[in-house]
Design a protein around this ligand. Structure first.
Ligand code: NAP
Length: 259
């Protein structure tokens, strides 16, 4: 079969000339997304909180890929800091095309013993952080009449999980926010989507008790933990021109965990 020129030699998922802000990208899933986007030519402004060593290493690795990259220490839960950060990035990089709201934390415990501060902090970083960053790029994307917002949810935000009522609430909130902002910005050519990872091998899951980790993996039809690149590949698709008509979607990347 002879394919038409249209289907031959396409460079898919090209991000050259685009700038992405990625939160929580000093390690884990966020770092994999940053590396994946940089590999496709994007410039990267990434946020971390507290861990300067990992951030310096990530910045060095990204710059070695021949794109422009800069790490910023910024707590996404701080509205004014998030706003100032986005302004700084626009000044430094000229324009922002993609926002990935990836920063997240867990503070697990049954509700019976969950401290109010652990509920508040998880909501602040995961959910309010997503609001803070999205609101800070909103007008910029609206004016430019294009943009990509990718939010990191979780299968736990779809199915719930004992011991994670704070985290599940935050992630379910992110799904609601994703769909709402997708409706607000669709006519401006801005897409807003979420990824719902299952159990991915990162520091976050390494911190779980061994028994809980084994039980989680046993519950996955594919019988293995996901890798950070499984999530980064999906983020790349959503950031790309090829996903121009996908908005308000929640893509589970979970080896079948939440079927
Ligand atoms: P991780 O390895 O623990 O990394 C978390 C990242 O977020 C780090 O870069 C951390 O920066 C940053 N961060 C934490 N608090 C922050 C704050 N207040 N402001 C800015 N940055 C902050 O996590 P991960 O496993 O890669 O998870 C990434 C995202 O995927 C999270 O939203 C998580 O909820 C979600 N997710 C993960 C899994 C999984 O199985 N791993 C499953 C479902 C969803 P520092 O290094 O400076 O602390």
């Amino acid at each position: 079969m002879i394919l038409s020129e249209e289907y031959r030699g396409n460079t898919m998922f090209e991000l050259t000339g685009k700038t992405a802000i990625i939160t929580g990208a000093s390690r884990g899933i966020g770092k994999a997304i940053a590396m994946k986007f940089a590999g496709q030519g994007a410039n990267i402004a990434f946020l971390h909180f507290g861990d300067g060593e990992n951030a310096a290493q990530t910045e060095q690795e990204l710059n070695a890929m021949g794109i422009k990259a800069k790490g910023y220490e910024c707590d996404v839960s701080d509205f004014n800091a998030a706003k100032a950060l986005v302004e700084d990035v626009i000044k430094e990089f000229g324009e922002v095309h993609i926002l990935v709201n990836n920063a997240g934390i867990i503070r697990d415990g049954l509700m019976l013993s969950m401290k109010e501060e652990d509920f508040d902090r998880v909501i602040s970083v995961n959910l309010k952080g997503t609001f803070n960053m999205t609101k800070s790029v909103y007008q910029h994307f609206m004016k430019k009449r294009r943009g990509r917002i990718i939010n990191m949810a979780s299968v736990v935000g779809i199915n719930g999980n004992a011991g994670q009522s704070n985290y599940a609430s935050a992630k379910a909130g992110i799904i609601g926010m994703t769909k709402s902002v997708a409706k607000e910005l669709a006519s401006r050519n801005v897409t807003v989507n979420a990824i719902a990872p299952g159990f991915i091998a990162t520091d976050m899951t390494a911190s779980m008790p061994e028994k809980a980790r084994e039980a989680a993996i046993a519950s996955i039809p594919m019988k293995r933990a996901g890798q950070v690149d499984d999530i980064a590949n999906t983020a790349l698709f959503l950031a790309s021109d090829e996903a121009a008509y996908v908005t308000g979607e929640v893509i589970k990347v979970d080896g079948g965990m939440a079927i």
